[in-house]
Design a protein around this ligand. Structure first.
Ligand code: GLN
Length: 558
């Protein structure tokens, strides 16, 4: 008699990472680092982010307010924490792993409208936490993860994230051995006292307790290491073992965090709380190798980043370009150099001061113009690009930085002095950057989101070009996009005749993905329509960034 073969269902485990006391103390880096140390013990890990805001995704948020919008392979626009997860875990994460209050409510309401609740009264509790749980489980299943790490945005006790903590409680109630909770809490050292205070953390744990959840581990973030006295105090008042209170003082680099966690044997503790036996000893071999390089480089490479999303009030904010910064760092390290980044506001290169400020650009080994939107600071960026081209300073343009490279070339080399992008001057007689016909239709219908090219697309490389060589033996690449405009096909022939090379195009040859000047004309003058920074990882730096920094360094020697 034929017997049915049974396939064992994998028992997945879940770690919730919640914040106590205040935000901004490294919850995302903690969640990412926990991923790294558990991967190191032989487990398949995926990371999930829950953001409490009502926006359905991060696409419509201003980068100065919220930091960078990180785009996933499938085109979903998310929070920069997803970038940290991808970089730390060295995996690509799908949109299933990201949810906001808005997204959760939207799907519950849609289900209700589609009679999925079979006439029941749909309530905030339990239906919202149940939707959260089903999304968490689906994400873990799709990733075939042994362990899913779920970072809950905000801090405990906040009205906004209470339903997410409720989801954690419900999951734990169902399978206590499968769910663990880590609280990342802040311990202030008031300058007048000079002593580390544990009371705010005690209150945060009480707030979590009042939602029915007890942390298994507390990550004690502070300017200084936690001493044994305070460890024991937190343990006593927060109802846990002292060894599960982990000291997490400020560190020089975020990449030190996994290594520091393992000094306190955090992976052992987490695995024990999930009743899992490690599959491998802790080693973090590759990670340690990378961190050692970051600390041992002596020579420097000076890169100027010219952008506009830098300042809010009195503060300079580089969060808007976090992936760009990290991508430059990884490329510098593999080239044996320490990256020195300088932020230059594009508006400095407009008006009376422009000439003087442009001259200072010769102090840099390379110049990078990252992505952007709108017209503020554009003329300044164009002057910077022209200066880089004429003075043979390595230039790397990302997305808008590539479109502006094409405009600059059209204006100053081809002589189309009014060349522009439709984003700035739709009436320009020379729209070298324009919107494609199918997108025009969507824009008319005010479907702005739908008119963007988002996510990973393939591109074909041209042999013998700067880009072709940088990517090594690859003929086809896959890169992530987030833009509305493209190089206008009507101008391609003229641009090429003038000497610009399109070294990668879409497989059908219609969309220009990389523009560059040949090596004989300029050491490195290259722009990508896509965002290479989104797939640069510490253990797998991006080839174009690596080449940009290599050339920047080699020019320096001359
Ligand atoms: N604003 C340009 C566009 O929409 C470039 C976008 C970007 O740099 N991400 O096409």
């Amino acid at each position: 008699m034929a017997t049915k073969k049974k396939t064992a269902v994998k028992r997945r485990k879940y770690i919730f990472v919640v914040g106590g006391v205040m935000s901004g103390v490294g919850k995302g880096i903690t969640a990412s680092s926990i991923g790294v140390i558990l991967q190191d013990r032989g487990f398949k890990v995926t990371s999930i982010k829950i953001d409490p805001y009502v926006n359905v995704d991060a696409g419509t948020m201003n980068p100065t307010e919220h930091g960078e919008v990180f785009v996933l392979n499938d085109g979903f626009e998310t929070d920069q924490d997803m970038g940290n997860y991808e970089r730390f875990l060295n995996v690509s994460i799908p949109s299933d792993n990201y949810m906001t209050t808005g997204r959760v409510y939207l799907s519950v309401i849609e289900k209700e409208r589609n009679l999925k609740y079979k006439g029941k009264c749909v309530q905030v509790v339990p239906h919202i936490p149940l939707e959260v749980i089903s999304r968490i489980k689906l994400a873990a299943e799709k990733a075939d993860a042994d362990i899913a790490i779920i970072e809950v945005g905000g801090t405990v006790g906040e009205y906004e994230n209470i339903l997410f903590v409720e989801a954690a409680r419900m999951m734990e109630l169902q399978n206590p051995d499968d769910v663990s909770c880590v609280m990342v809490s802040y311990l202030p050292v008031p300058s007048k006292l000079g002593e580390m205070k544990t009371k705010p953390t005690q209150h945060a744990v009480r707030a979590l307790n009042s939602n029915g959840v007890q942390p298994n581990v507390i990550i004690a973030r502070s300017s200084e290491p936690l001493d044994q006295v305070r460890k024991e105090k937190i343990a006593l008042f927060c109802n846990m073992r002292p060894e599960n209170v982990i000291s997490a003082p400020d560190v020089e680099s975020i990449y030190d965090v996994p290594i520091n966690f393992e000094k306190d044997k955090l992976s052992d503790k987490l695995l024990a709380s999930l009743k899992l036996k490690p599959k491998k000893d802790s080693s973090l071999k590759e990670w340690r190798k990378f961190v050692a390089i970051t600390k041992n480089t002596k020579k420097e490479v000076n890169i100027a980043v010219v952008g506009k999303y830098f300042s809010t009030g009195d503060f300079v904010l580089s969060d808007a370009y976090i992936s760009v910064i990290e991508a430059i760092k990884y490329a510098a390290y593999v080239n044996g150099a320490k990256p020195i980044l300088t932020w230059l506001s594009s508006e400095e290169f407009e008006g009376d001061e422009a000439k003087t400020n442009l001259r200072t650009l010769s102090n840099y080994d390379g110049i990078l113009v990252p992505g952007g939107f709108g017209s503020r600071g554009i003329e300044g960026k164009l002057s910077v690009i022209q200066y880089a081209r004429e003075h043979k300073i390595p230039y790397f343009g990302l997305c808008y930085g590539m479109q502006l490279l094409v405009i600059e070339f059209a204006r100053n080399v081809l002589g189309f002095d009014v060349a522009n992008t439709a984003e700035i001057d739709p009436n320009s007689p020379h729209l070298v950057i324009d919107i494609m016909p199918d997108q025009k239709k969507k824009m008319k219908e005010e479907n702005y989101g739908g008119s963007m090219r988002l996510g990973a697309y393939p591109a074909i490389l041209k042999k013998g070009t700067v880009a072709g060589k940088a990517y090594g033996s690859k003929k086809e690449i896959s890169e992530r996009h987030r833009h509305r405009y493209e190089v206008n096909p009507e101008y391609i022939e003229r641009l090429e005749k003038g000497g610009l090379v399109f070294s990668a195009t879409s497989p059908d040859g219609i969309l220009m993905e990389i523009a560059e000047l040949p090596e004989s004309k300029h050491p490195f003058f290259l722009g990508t329509q896509f965002h290479p920074e989104l797939i640069a990882r510490p253990l797998d730096p991006h080839p174009l960034f690596v080449e940009f920094v290599r050339v920047a360094l080699s020019q320096r020697k001359k």
